[in-house]
Design a protein around this ligand. Structure first.
Ligand code: GDP
Length: 524
């Protein structure tokens, strides 16, 4: 199918400050979505705020929520899904990765692999998502290129396959050696990287004459890597066992065009997705999509809920009535939109790989499948992740208890936090569970601003969580100090919480019959 084949749907995974916003701007600049770098993320001092919509985000200059950016590049249509940038990301970050076909791992040349990059990479690995690596900030002093490549092998077992190699060590960046044809691509600066950087191609002899030692070193290093398994091989990239590596500087707009070219030429287009029974649904089957993110309050004027769905098969046309496979209910798509931060434009047609924003989607939940026509399809639900932070939530203003309850239910169904309850604690004091503590701040902020129901949060000392497989063992778990059983509202799963591993270990030794299991993919 032609339209699906043109799509490249990916996300950038990185640690905060590695340059994701800057790179996003630079990529969009090449595609001329925005006329001047700065309009996408609107970092301080730059024009336009598109992606950072929440007041809190603006105040902090961080991006907590996800948006999708779509642009055409040559014949291709690129969908860049934004992943929240803060260290305490929520489950949203991981879920975005269920909607992409490839990822760009962005590294800071001075820091190499950082904790959040590693966590996100693990999710890519679990899902066999092919990963491209972009080493950013080469204009500044940093690690050596070979050192960075060694890190990939040693720490995450990923074979680097350089497509470009820097000429001039970090801090004295002149250009890159093109590993595929041996030529030299020389960059020239533009004011603040605000426009696409100038590039000039030189043959190896001229490169040697002009760059001398730096050129010799670059050729020697790339030969060394090629000899130790680093020769480019697309099949290893698709198999997610090796990663193409490019060097550049997002802020100077060096090497960004090449990254875009590589994405378009090499990154995989959408492929048929498997349903709950493991059958792959062909791309040209009737329309189907799954919801990977739900968000409210994006437009302060209308407090509506937007569900983001990734198209998996067929053609989406605005106005079509689709079925929600989870509930069997119809859903009208009159208000389908393309959402880029606060800006929305009506979306009329979408193809596999595209993201549609469905407005007024109060009935949709993360993980829901939408489809039109026959045969019906249901995709597997999205994984949930093991929370590691817990807090009791109570209404700070008892007069607002009703709004408080409504708000908690809403945030739970959106996946902003997980909501846990037990008879013992009662409905008025649910426990909120989060992958990162930042989720609590987001929840508190939204309860106050959207539901006018300020919350008092009291942190609980638990850090270890397991699924309780046999509900009859609840009393057994609760017989020990430092443990408790709570039920997750969204799916009824009983979770056993422990203050630490030791407490769980002791209980296991005393009661070998205890049936608990790990929660899926995540903080174990
Ligand atoms: P994010 O948190 O990953 O979105 O990172 P940002 O894009 O906000 O960048 C963090 C900081 O690094 C900002 O001050 C950027 O100007 C800077 N930065 C980004 N890319 C580069 C680069 O290529 N070279 C240099 N020297 N600084 C960069």
């Amino acid at each position: 199918m032609g339209e699906a084949g043109r799509r490249r749907t990916f996300a950038v995974i990185s640690h905060p400050d590695a340059g994701k916003s800057t790179l996003t701007e630079a990529l969009a600049l090449h595609a001329r979505v925005i006329s001047e770098a700065g309009a996408v993320h609107g970092k301080a001092g730059r024009r336009g705020v598109v992606s950072d919509w929440l007041a809190m985000e603006q105040a902090r200059g961080i991006s907590i929520t996800s948006a999708a950016l779509q642009f055409g590049y040559g014949d291709a249509v690129v969908n860049l899904l934004d992943t929240p940038g803060h260290a305490d990301f929520s489950e949203d970050t991981y879920r975005v990765l269920s909607a992409v076909d490839s990822a760009v791992m962005l590294l800071d040349a001075a820091k190499g692999l950082e904790p959040q990059t590693l966590k996100l990479f693990d999710v890519c690995r679990d899902r066999d998502i092919p990963v491209l690596t972009f080493v950013n900030k080469w204009d500044r002093p940093g690690l050596e290129a070979l050192e960075l490549c060694d890190e990939l092998v040693e720490r995450i077992g990923l074979q680097p396959m350089p497509l470009t190699w820097p000429v001039g060590e970090a801090g004295r960046f002149r250009g890159v050696l093109d590993c595929l044809d041996g030529s030299f691509v020389r960059f020239s600066r533009t004011a603040g990287g605000a426009t696409a950087a100038g590039e000039e191609r030189l043959d190896p002899a001229s490169a040697l004459a002009e760059e001398g030692e730096d050129w010799v070193r670059a050729t020697e290093e790339t030969e060394l890597l090629a000899a130790s398994g680093g020769r480019f091989d697309p099949s290893r990239f698709f198999a997610a066992t090796a990663t193409p590596v490019l060097f550049g500087s997002a802020v100077l707009n060096f090497g960004v065009r090449r990254l875009l070219d590589v994405l378009v030429e090499l990154a995989p287009p959408p492929t048929p997705r498997s349903d709950v029974e493991g059958r792959a649904r062909p791309l040209d089957a009737p329309f189907s999509a799954f919801v990977f993110k739900v968000q409210t309050g994006m437009d302060p004027a209308h407090r509506d809920q937007v569900a983001f769905a990734r198209v998996c098969s067929g053609v989406f046309e605005r106005g079509m009535v689709v079925t929600n496979a989870t509930t069997g209910r119809p859903f009208a798509t009159k208000y389908a939109q393309q959402v880029l931060g606060q800006q929305r434009s009506t979306l009329d047609t979408a193809y596999p790989g595209d993201v549609i924003g469905l407005v007024n989607a109060n009935a949709l939940r993360v993980g829901d499948t939408l489809h039109a026509g026959k045969p019906a399809v249901r995709y597997p639900g999205l994984p949930s992740f093991a929370p590691a932070h817990f807090a009791v939530a109570r209404p700070a203003d008892l007069g607002r208890a009703k709004q408080f309850r409504k708000g908690i239910d809403q945030l739970g169904s959106e996946g902003v936090v997980q909501v846990l309850r037990s008879d013992r604690r009662g409905d008025a004091a649910p426990v909120l569970a989060a992958v990162g503590p930042m989720q609590f701040e987001v929840a508190a902020h939204r309860l106050e601003t959207e539901f006018n129901a300020p919350v008092a949060l009291e942190r609980l000392p638990y850090s270890v969580v397991r699924r309780l497989d046999d509900p009859a063992q609840r009393a057994l778990v609760e017989s020990r100090r430092g443990s408790e059983v709570l039920t997750r509202a969204v799916d009824g799963t009983d979770l056993a919480l422990f203050v630490d591993q030791h407490t769980l270990g002791v209980l296991r030794r005393l009661h070998p019959e205890l049936a608990v299991s790990a929660l899926v993919a995540g903080a174990e």
